[in-house]
Design a protein around this ligand. Structure first.
Ligand SMILES: Nc1ncnc2c1ncn2[C@@H]1O[C@H](COP(=O)(O)OP(=O)(O)O)[C@@H](O)[C@H]1O
Ligand SMILES: [Mg+2]
Length: 547
């Protein structure tokens, strides 16, 4: 294996360190060296020796919101494995003080050694205490006595003034960096404002895994409240914990109602993900029932995410019913995290008696307040000072007033950044201000569709309001004309207006379909024809709001 000779100033010894070794690296002060693991060595064109490392963080480097999750006092000697640290991991070899011998956390933990252990001359206690978003917390306490050095003739020049000289990577441009961080698909370093939800879901799955039982958690909340992001983060952390033998290994699969052509395809997909078998929906349902309802040979627990559950609605409700029912079977070893937009879906699809037998664990995600949205944007931007505070506040207020949808918030910020970038090319570079945000908001809400809604007839506008009301009631973003018609009539009644006739309703519907505001099922089903919106509910709400 590859190694490199380092000379310790402190102990005046030299020794060879190798890839994978843990090392102490000069910190801000002598008492608190940084801790890292060596991943690679190389020499650059200027014969400068570099090391690539995985950093471990001291508690002071961990964001407050994550520290809170530990729910305990942390000693300054503890360090944390930081998977996504934003630090430069390329350092000059001279800054390495010495190596410490550490055996891996999982190894120690498995052996149940929680008392200080003797490793060579180093006293190292390390135990896996907890894992939370992206952080595996290890407890180290080490004495700084080095291992006996292996005397060797130094091949490299004696380090002169040891200095931590990492050429910090400057982003090509601050605005570009900000834009990337704000992208909805960028995985944020942390999920501020969702610590409790994270913890509850984590604990739910963890406890079932440990007990070897099954269960279903029903997670609801309007779009953009971070449900999907939080659940995925939980799974990531649990997979990490399983790798460290902190929780039993499990099989993870996911389906998404939005991506299925037909609700019954859920069975087909689940079976295929689990076993690789491709069969018809009916056959798949039978095989899955058999798998989850009969005690089988020893198998791992399955954790199944069912995202966009609302869309698995069928007339007989059997898909949803099975998803809620399987985990309650004694031998299922099935943990389902069902994510939906509607809160009372289980009640509506099942008789209450059944609903209570299933004993669902529930969690609801509240829409973000403007303060939370502000915090989410700021934390995404982290230390990139690309936005004026007022600008962030404006976006947050605007979105919180509409829907509290974090995705919408990020979209506006990203667009504002682009507008600012464009302006900066022409004149002096600047950061994103209120004016850029205002422009982005106007642009986002001034699509031809929005103008079409604003210029639509009164009854067409009421029809759109009726659609929103119906979607909200049903929790499904699709309805029949008849269902919308009911809403339409009650809206008219509230306004003291005359209700349109059935044929008038059909005419309204086809006009809205013709200008592509609606997607209308092409068939002769008349009032049973299904309709969907071709633009987001937010846009409709925005357009219909009288300013
Ligand atoms: N608390 C948060 N911190 C950072 N980003 C967030 C947070 N909540 C949501 N987001 C981001 O907003 C977007 C929408 O979140 P998502 O989890 O898909 O919402 P939902 O599933 O509730 O519709 C994603 O890009 C996600 O990363
Ligand atoms: Mg989602």
């Amino acid at each position: 294996s590859r190694g490199i000779i380092i000379k310790s100033e402190r102990s005046r010894t030299e020794k060879c360190i190798q890839l994978g070794d843990f090392v102490l690296i000069e910190g801000e002060n002598a008492d608190q060296p940084f801790v890292a693991q060596l991943l690679d060595f190389y020499e650059d064109g200027a014969q400068q020796k570099h090391a690539v490392v995985q950093w471990f963080s001291h508690i002071t480097e961990i964001p407050q919101n994550k520290r809170k999750l530990l729910k305990r006092e942390v000693s300054p000697q503890e360090v944390f494995f930081d998977q996504v640290s934003g630090y430069d991991n390329d350092i000059a070899v001279e800054t390495i003080i010495e190596s410490v011998l550490v055996c891996t956390a999982a190894h120690l933990y498995l052996q149940g050694r929680k008392k200080p252990q003797q490793f060579g001359k180093h006293n190292i206690t390390m135990q896996l205490l907890y894992s939370f978003p992206n952080q595996i917390c290890l407890r180290f306490s080490f004495s700084l006595q080095p291992l006996p050095g292996t005397p060797k003739t130094p091949r490299n020049a004696t380090p002169e003034i040891p200095r931590r000289s990492h050429a910090a990577q400057k982003p090509a441009s601050m605005l570009e960096e900000a834009r990337l961080r704000l992208h909805v698909s960028a995985i944020p370093k942390s999920l501020p404002c969702r610590e409790e939800e994270f913890q509850d879901i984590y604990n739910f799955v963890e406890s079932k895994l440990i007990d070897g039982t099954g269960g279903c958690m029903y997670i609801s909340g309007v779009p953009g409240t971070g449900k999907t992001a939080t659940v995925h983060e939980v799974i990531r952390c649990l997979q990490q914990a399983a790798e460290n033998d902190d929780v039993p290994a499990f099989e993870f699969i996911e389906i998404n109602g939005m991506k299925l052509t037909d609700p019954h395809q859920a069975y087909v997909q689940i079976l295929e993900l689990l076993t690789g078998q491709k069969v018809t929906a009916t056959h798949a349902a039978t095989l899955l029932a058999k798998l989850f309802c009969t005690p089988g040979p020893k198998r791992k627990t399955t954790v199944l995410i069912v995202d966009e559950l609302d869309l698995l609605w069928t007339r007989k409700q059997n898909v949803m019913y099975n998803l809620f029912d399987w985990p309650t079977q004694k031998h299922s070893k099935l943990i389902i995290l069902a994510i939906a937009n509607t809160m009372d879906l289980p009640e509506r699809i099942m008789m209450n008696r059944v609903a209570s037998r299933l004993g669902l664990t529930r969690m609801s995600f509240q829409p973000y307040t403007y303060k939370q949205l502000q915090q989410i944007i700021s934390s995404r931007l982290n230390s990139v000072k690309a936005f004026e505070e007022d600008a962030i506040q404006l976006v947050s207020r605007k979105v919180a007033a509409l829907s509290g949808d974090a995705r919408r918030c990020l979209d506006i910020c990203r667009r504002a950044t682009e507008i600012c970038e464009f302006a900066s090319q022409k004149s002096t570079p600047e950061i994103v201000r209120m004016a850029h945000v205002t422009e982005a908001i106007d642009e986002m809400f001034s699509s031809p569709y929005i103008n079409a809604i604003r210029n639509a007839s009164l009854h067409e506008q009421i029809f759109l309001k009726a659609i929103l009301a119906e979607f909200r009631r049903a929790g499904v973003e699709e309805a029949t004309v008849q269902q919308v018609y009911h809403q339409h009539i009650s809206l008219c009644r509230m306004e003291g207006m005359q209700s349109p006739t059935v044929s008038e309703i059909m005419a309204i519907c086809s006009r809205l379909g013709a200008c592509r505001l609606l997607l209308v099922e092409s068939s002769n089903k008349y009032l049973h024809m299904r309709v969907r919106l071709n633009i987001s509910q937010d846009d409709v709400m925005y357009a219909l709001k009288d300013e």
